[in-house]
Design a protein around this ligand. Structure first.
Ligand code: FAD
Length: 395
């Protein structure tokens, strides 16, 4: 392929977190970018998420500054884990030695999505709603261009989420049901809610965190058959968490019924065996959908999107070939995301997915013996990620 920034065109499939991040990152290196989004409306449903340090690093790598980060939500920190009856399992004190490792921004997903959408348009990406993609002709780096929805492209970015049609078409790999469904809501914040707190009970987890001066985000992740139909979601959540600690019941009691969302949770065990095919690169949940138990889905979607520009867009715009750039992306991203996927499964087994009875008391006793610093070190390994230097050789 003769590639230069004047002629490079990319089609991104999916205007979610990963797709918009990739669109921004590629546009900033001079590519012409079109984003095809299935939904007729460019609004993001969803509630909150905990934006960890690596997510902030990726967001800033897209050209946002500290004021933009502050505008997303509310600075907070992880405070630890409690048993469903309210007894502490692991308490993380507010201590200068661990402050950086557990610092988070509580964010309403809609604010992050709006910020990315605005920036994508500012840097020249064209966003086309109501454009579902079902198939792609991947082309060959150095050979025929890719073809998607009647458009030719030098690069196609598959960012169509957990139930990705692109993944099904190119890799015949599908996400599997986790056995769990998750309620999520934004509700009015009370003075008691200042940190991220999680509660573990038999095959269930409840978590809450402030996402602005006036709003709290909560989730209730519980074992449930796939596609369970519930008429009154808030009532069902209140029944499921009956007998749990007072803060859990208080938050549920203060929630408006229409604020409650519920989604069955899927994941892609092991992730894709490779993240590229022809001229296509797969990113975000489409490439490596995790269980939500490490809270790294949004973070890695931002990291992936930024890396599409840094590791593929920039070298190709500078006259390099596409094939080594795609290989470099795969080498840089796949081992990290596989490790995070494994960590999410382990964390689920030990936490939210653990059954009842003696297993709960043994797990809780073991956790109480674990120094918080050991847990901080584990989290730190995931969250100390910083954007790659595109000039440095990829190891
Ligand atoms: C209960 C729960 C809690 C979570 N908590 C956290 C957390 O605390 N922190 C965190 O970092 N992550 C969290 N996550 C994960 C996070 O929400 C996702 O991992 C993240 O949104 C992935 O981004 P994405 O862009 O890959 O996919 P998405 O955000 O799902 O975007 C995919 C986009 O593609 C579009 N699309 C789909 N199919 C097509 C098609 N065929 N053609 C065109 N467009 C298409 C969709 O409409 C959507 O706009 C959580 C997830 C769950 C379920």
């Amino acid at each position: 392929m003769s590639s230069n920034s004047v002629g490079c065109t990319a089609v991104v499939v999916g205007a979610g977190i990963a797709g918009l991040a990739a669109a921004i990152s590629l546009s900033r290196t001079g590519w012409h970018v079109t984003v095809l989004e299935r939904s007729p409306e460019l609004g993001e449903i969803g509630a909150g998420f905990a934006m960890s340090r690596n997510a902030v690093a990726a967001f800033c790598g897209l050209g946002f500054d500290s004021d933009d980060v502050a505008a997303l939500g509310c600075a907070t920190r992880a405070a630890g884990t409690w048993a469903s009856d309210g007894r502490p399992i692991l308490t993380i004190r507010d201590d200068p030695a661990t402050r950086e490792a557990v610092a988070l921004i509580g964010v309403h997903r809609r604010r992050l999505h709006q910020a990315l959408l605005r920036r994508a348009r500012q840097v020249g990406a064209q966003i086309v709603p109501d454009s579902p993609v079902t198939t792609v002709v991947p082309g060959e780096p150095g050979g025929p261009r890719a073809m998607v929805a009647g458009r030719e492209a030098d690069l196609v970015v598959g960012a169509d989420g957990m139930r990705s049609a692109m993944r099904g078409d190119l890799f015949e790999a599908g996400a599997v049901y986790s056995g769990f469904s998750s309620w999520r809501a934004i509700t009015a914040r009370t003075p008691a809610e200042t940190t991220l707190r999680q509660y573990w009970g038999p095959r269930a987890e409840f978590g809450s965190m402030p996402v602005s001066e006036t709003e709290t985000y909560w989730y209730g992740y519980v074992a449930m058959p796939e596609r369970t139909s519930i008429a009154d979601e808030l009532g069902a959540a209140e029944r499921r968490f009956t007998g749990w600690a007072a803060p859990v019941r208080r938050i549920l009691a203060g929630t408006e019924p229409e604020a409650v969302l519920r989604h069955d949770v899927y994941h892609l065990p092991g992730g894709l065996p490779r993240y590229t095919a022809g001229r296509v690169v797969m990113i975000g949940d489409a490439a490596h959908g995790f269980l939500p138990t490490m809270g790294q889905g949004v973070a890695t979607a931002l990291e992936d999107g930024l890396c599409v520009g840094l590791l593929i867009g920039a070298p190709v715009a500078a006259g390099g070939s596409l094939a080594p750039a795609l290989a470099g992306f795969d080498q840089a991203r796949r081992p990290r995301c596989r490790a995070l996927g494994r960590a999410s499964v382990l964390s689920a087994r030990f936490g939210a997915h653990l059954g009842g009875g003696v297993r709960q008391s043994v797990r809780n006793a073991l956790m109480r013996l674990t120094p918080a610093s050991a847990v901080d070190r584990g989290a730190d390994a995931a969250m100390s990620w910083t954007p790659p230097d595109p000039a440095a050789p990829v190891r």
